[in-house]
Each structure stands twice: as structure tokens, then as C-alpha cells.
Design a protein around this ligand. Structure first.
Ligand code: RUQ
Ligand code: CUA
Length: 664
């Protein structure tokens, strides 16, 4: 679960023991919080938080939404895993969202997030999320907090270097962690032929500026290294993208040793504008692949999954000027670009310094062909020619860097468990704050954009140990909120997280709240099985398939008496929630149903598939407490044996079968 930093934990343990610091509560832990911290995080009942933090759920496959500064968990957004709270991945409409070229996948691994940007600032429209295990990128609509698109990434394995975006959301990138043989090549080969037969791939996904729809615009084929993270340039460097690499040793076994041999790996600088020029000129070739593109329509409330089979591949060794390698010490994890777009920071997990590269110098080195040879046909720029300077003795195990609005950088350290503040120009270290324990990512509000808010930083910690009441062998992971508005960082709050937090995006609340949708307009509902009123409810039998057009409203279900269902039937309950009020979902649950339950939002239609297994009486009910008479919101289904001739009859109240006025 700690992927690339697992070995660091081993190292961390060794180092902390050496340093006489064990992971029992340090004496300073309590006193690290000063008196006014409580006031700074107190959000009075009924008041709102100032920021949202969209936080990756790691191996939960979901995203958690917290209010900051209170640390209150507001919601878990289902993205890459089935969600037993909302029915995502269980309802017939949402199952296609989890379809891939490997079939339906109920559980993913979600690491990084990016909020769409306009002119290098967060615009609050969409949230992009990666799936690491089976490579995919998702888009979440921030007016409804629903996952509306998932695009699989072919020729990749371990979509870790993703999703990072350009300053006008022209592209979302996806860099592969594992190099693998391309799909059109034979993968049934000896693993030991890694160096000859494996390749890396970087995908540039275009985003439609109006609708947000994603499409793979092109892929770059690269040497078989591992891509870890990436960042787009901004301002002067906006046409470039930077990718950290490790395993330039091309190891395929025991990477902890074999991929840590070289003194320097690389940051790959990609000129995506140049790539666009080559595409316009007809360069590149079509590669045969197979990948899923899933979209969810919020009017029909229905997802569809479509398989695509071609992708445009560019080979930078044949197309000059697309990609260059910048040497970067010791297995860089994060690569980050400062708000001005001039400085590129590489965080070598095993390095004892942090190199800061200059974009201006990089362009000059490219122009002067100031190369230190090449790596697999890619020009390697001279380290000293591109270097702005090095932060000396910053800490142990630097992973990620974010920025404030005053020219400072904040780097997270896994091994030495701290956040370190330093000045990007002078490279001088300004402050250190201990973290508990072993920070992975950190987030500053807007800290990856041209306009950081610079008020809070959150350390997303990998190890929790003794910070909370124990909960058995498995502990919740942990976040720590810091006030960074002053000269010194001030610890304000610890709060637990869902799954494993990797990266997060912190965004001013009003950017999100101003566009919130409270209901789905039932008049705009185009679901093929919608019932826009109880008068439209009905049951249609088509062979053994039975479609039940169902409505729910406080506080009854229509129909709530159903007879004539037989063993062997496949029954689809298409449940429309007729409510048009905020915060009025209804649930729908059938006894014994192996495909779980539904949650239906106001104006929405969702479908629950049910296959009765035996004759008898089956109750169903609303599973979300919706009013004082919620407990009355229930019904019965009479199930007869296969071949029975009990007629199909149904209704609610006066129309229920057996009632005197029953007309149906
Ligand atoms: S990673 S702890 Cu999956 Cu983003 Cu750096
Ligand atoms: Cu509807 Cu409870």
C-alpha cells in the first residue's frame, strides 16, 4: 500500500532508531500545538468551512471531501470502487462506469487529484482523479460531485504519474509507472528481455473546454523507465510538462536495490506544443489497443461504456525537440513547478539535497545543445547548465513540494517526518515542523497553481501509530493541518482519513458552492424507464424480463403490492424519486437481493436488478430515513414458482390487487 516508498519505511525505521527517536509518542508531541490552535480550527455549529479538501482515498479507490480548517468529513465520493452508500457500481446505470478492457472492476486505487484550471488558477469546474492499478483517469462534475467520465489508458500499467493538468486544462496527463510491452506487441516474452522489449508511455488526454469530455490525443513512447509523478509548466513554461522517472537502471527484479544504483535518474521535459506541431504535420502512427471510455449522462442518469481501439503514438527519438532528460539525483518522486513557472523542483527520495532547475537555463541548454550524451536516443541536458541551485541538508526522504504566495516552498519528508519551508530564490531553509508520522504528499491551497492561497498546508501522513485511540491492528491514516500564514508553520489539527491519503486539492469553498446543484429537474429526466408521476408507473413483462416502473415520494412506493413475479424472472426496478426538494433521497432495498440496494436522489431514476430465487413473499422498503413515516414506506412482492399462471397485478392503495376498486 505504500508502493514506491515502502523501502523508505524500512530505511526510516532504521534511521529513527539510530537517531534515538522511536515511534512512541515523542515528548514534544503535545506541546507542538499552541493555545490559539483550537480557535483557528473551530467552525461553529451551522457555520461553513473556508476550504474544501478533495483528498485521495488511496486503496479505497474513492475520494474523501473534508471541510478545512475543521477537518470534518463531508462526503466520500465514489469513483473507482463500488460504493455501498450511494449504490454507485451496483445500480444498472452506474455499473458501466467501472467497465474496463479487463471487464468490470469493483475496487480501484486512487492517488492523485487535479481541479480544472483556467489561466493557471483553479476554476472549480471538474475534478480529475487517477486510478493507479488498472490505468484510468476519471472526471468528477463538481456541481453534483458525481463521477461522470472514466477513461482507460492503454499501453500503460500503474497509472501513477497522473492526473496532472496544463494551465488551461488543455491536457490531463497519464504517465505509466510500470513499463510494459505495448499492446500490439507480443507480451508473452521472457521478463529478462525487459531492456529490449518493454516501453514506457505518457498519454496526453485532451479535455473539451465546454463539456469536459476526455479523449487520448496522443501518447509518447519512451524508454522502459518508471514514471512517478509530473507537473505542467505555467506562465513562461506553460507549453512544457515535467515527469519524474526512476529505475533508469531498467531493473525488473528487486527494484529496491537494483533501481537505486545510479547516482542520478531523470526528469523528462516534454514540449507538448511541439508534439502538437508534429501531429498537425501528420507524424506519429496509429497503435492498436483496446480501452474503455465510460461516460455518465446526468439527464438520462445513465452510464455507457464504449470500447476504443486506436491511439496515436509519437516516438520522441524520431521527432526532434519533443523531449529532453534532465539529470536528477536519486530516484526522484515528486517533480513540482513553482507559481512563476521558472523553477522545477525534483525530490529525490534517496537524495540528501533538493535540486532546483531553472526553466530559462533549460531552454538555453537546449538551444546550445549543452548535452551530456543521450539516454536511449533522448538528449540528456547538462545538470549544471540547467541547475538554479541546490537546497542543502533539507531533511531525509523528500517527496513533494508545494508553494505559498510569498515565494516559499514547502517540502514533505517521509524519512525525517517533517515539513520544511524554504525560499525558492535563495534556497535558504526558513522553518521545519515535525509531522506524525512519515508524510507523503502535502497540500497547500492552490499550492500547485499560479495563485496559491498560502493560508494552510496539510501533511498527508503514511503512518499513524499512536495519534488516535487504537482501533485494532488497522489504524485510520492521518492528516495534519498547519497554519502557514506566518513566518513559522503552526500545527493546528490532526484528523483521520479514508483509505490512504495521497494527494489532495484544497479549494476555496465559494468556488464550489456557487455552482452546486440541489436537485435533478425531473422535467429534464430523459431516462428511458422514468416515471414522471405515479400515473406513469407500470409493469411490463417481456419474456422473463420484467420492468417495474417505480416511483418513490414521501412516504410510499408505487407500486407497493406486486403479484405475478415468477422464479426465473429477471426483474428490473426502475425507481424514480419524484421529490424536488434538496436533501430528500429515498432508498430502495429488496430482501435477499444479491445486488444490494439503491439510493435515488430527487429527480433521478436508478435501476436495481433482482433475480428471485424461490417462491414466497418478499418485502421491500425505503432504506433512507426520509420523513416521520419513513418506516411506513414499504411493499410486498408475491413470487410464484416458474411456470405459474398467477396473473401480473400491481398497485398502491386503491389500485393494489385485491382492493375493491382495483382497476388494473
Ligand atoms: S505518491 S507519497 Cu502515490 Cu503520490 Cu507521493
Ligand atoms: Cu423514503 Cu424512507
Amino acid at each position: 500500500m505504500l508502493h514506491s516508498i515502502q523501502k523508505l519505511f524500512v530505511l526510516a525505521t532504521a534511521l529513527t532508531i539510530l537517531a534515538g527517536f522511536n515511534s512512541c509518542k515523542p515528548k514534544t508531541a503535545g506541546s507542538a500545538v499552541s493555545g490559539d490552535a483550537a480557535q483557528k480550527v473551530y467552525v461553529a455549529p451551522g457555520e461553513y468551512d473556508e476550504f474544501y479538501s478533495f483528498t485521495s482515498g488511496g486503496f479505497s479507490g474513492q475520494i474523501a471531501v473534508y471541510g478545512i480548517p475543521s477537518g470534518r468529513l463531508l462526503k466520500v465520493l465514489p469513483v473507482f470502487s463500488q460504493d455501498p452508500e450511494s449504490g454507485y457500481g451496483y445500480s444498472e446505470e452506474t455499473k458501466p462506469m467501472l467497465n474496463t478492457s479487463h471487464g468490470f472492476i469493483p475496487w480501484g486505487d486512487q492517488h492523485h487529484l487535479a481541479i480544472s484550471q483556467t489561466n493557471g488558477e483553479m476554476d472549480g469546474r471538474w475534478l480529475f482523479a487517477n486510478e493507479n492499478n488498472t490505468p484510468r483517469v476519471a472526471r468528477i462534475d463538481l456541481t453534483t460531485f458525481k463521477t461522470v467520465e472514466i477513461l482507460e489508458i492503454p499501453n500503460s500499467a500503474g497509472n501513477h504519474s497522473s492526473p496532472f493538468i496544463t494551465e488551461n486544462t488543455e491536457y490531463v496527463v497519464a504517465g505509466t509507472r510500470f513499463s510494459v510491452p505495448f499492446e500490439e506487441e507480443n507480451g508473452d516474452i521472457p521478463i529478462s528481455s525487459y531492456a529490449e522489449n518493454f516501453s514506457g508511455a505518457i498519454s496526453f488526454i485532451s479535455v473539451d473546454p465546454e463539456t469536459g469530455k476526455m479523449a487520448i490525443s496522443f501518447q509518447l513512447k519512451t524508454p522502459p523507465v518508471n514514471f512517478d509523478l509530473s507537473r505542467a509548466g505555467k506562465g513562461p513554461s506553460k507549453d512544457w510538462f515535467f515527469f519524474s522517472t526512476y529505475n533508469t537502471e531498467k531493473a525488473y527484479t528487486l527494484l529496491e536495490v537494483n533501481a537505486s544504483q545510479r547516482d542520478k535518474d531523470f526528469i523528462m521535459a516534454v514540449n507538448w506544443k511541439k508534439a502538437e506541431e508534429y501531429i498537425k504535420a501528420g507524424k506519429g502512427r496509429k497503435s492498436k489497443v483496446n480501452y474503455a471510455h465510460n461516460t455518465y449522462d446526468e439527464n438520462s442518469h445513465t452510464g455507457i461504456s464504449e470500447m476504443l481501439n486506436e491511439v496515436l503514438v509519437l516516438d520522441p527519438t524520431e521527432l526532434e525537440g519533443i523531449a529532453y532528460f534532465i539529470p536528477c539525483p536519486k530516484s526522484p518522486h515528486g517533480t513540482d513547478v513553482d507559481p512563476t513557472g521558472e523553477y522545477i523542483i525534483g525530490s529525490g527520495k534517496l537524495a540528501s539535497l533538493i535540486p532546483v532547475f531553472s526553466f530559462t537555463k533549460m531552454l538555453k541548454a537546449i538551444e546550445e545543445k549543452n548535452y551530456d550524451g543521450e539516454y536511449d536516443g533522448f538528449p540528456v541536458l547538462n545538470y549544471d547548465a540547467v541547475l538554479h541551485g541546490e537546497v542543502q541538508k533539507p531533511g531525509l526522504g523528500p517527496l513533494h513540494t508545494e508553494f505559498d504566495d510569498k515565494g516559499n516552498a514547502y517540502t514533505s519528508f517521509f524519512v525525517s517526518s517533517e515539513l520544511v519551508k524554504w525560499n525558492v530564490e535563495t534556497l535558504e531553509i526558513l522553518d521545519r515542523a515535525p509531522t506524525f508520522y512519515s508524510t507523503g504528499h502535502l497540500t497547500v491551497a492552490g499550492g500547485d497553481t499560479k495563485k496559491p492561497y498560502g493560508k494552510y498546508a496539510i501533511a498527508w501522513n503514511k503512518i499513524t501509530k499512536d495519534r488516535y485511540l487504537p482501533t485494532g491492528p488497522e489504524l485510520s491514516q492521518s492528516a495534519q493541518l498547519f497554519d502557514i500564514s506566518g513566518d513559522k508553520m503552526q500545527l493546528l489539527l490532526d484528523f483521520p482519513t479514508i483509505g490512504e491519503p495521497h494527494y489532495a486539492q484544497m479549494v476555496p469553498a465559494d468556488l464550489i458552492t456557487k455552482n452546486q446543484k440541489r436537485i435533478y429537474d425531473i422535467n429534464k429526466n430523459t431516462h428511458p424507464y422514468v416515471s414522471k408521476g405515479e400515473g406513469e408507473t407500470k409493469i411490463v413483462r417481456d419474456g422473463n424480463k420484467v420492468h417495474v416502473y417505480t416511483t418513490v415520494i414521501r412516504t410510499h412506493i408505487t407500486p407497493d403490492n406486486i403479484e405475478g413475479i415468477r422464479v426465473g424472472d429477471e426483474v428490473y426496478f426502475h425507481v424514480t424519486n419524484l421529490e424536488q426538494d434538496w436533501d430528500l433521497p429515498h432508498g430502495f432495498a429488496i430482501m435477499g437481493n444479491t445486488n444490494a440496494e439503491l439510493l435515488v436522489l430527487p429527480g433521478e431514476t436508478q435501476t436495481l436488478k433482482w433475480v428471485p430465487k424461490k417462491a414466497g413473499m418478499i418485502p421491500f422498503y425505503c432504506s433512507d430515513f426520509c420523513s416521520a413515516l419513513h418506516q411506513e414506506m414499504q411493499g410486498y412482492i408475491r413470487v410464484s414458482p416458474a411456470g405459474s399462471n398467477v396473473p401480473l397485478r400491481y398497485g398502491t392503495g386503491e389500485t393494489a390487487p385485491g382492493m375493491s376498486t382495483a382497476a388494473r
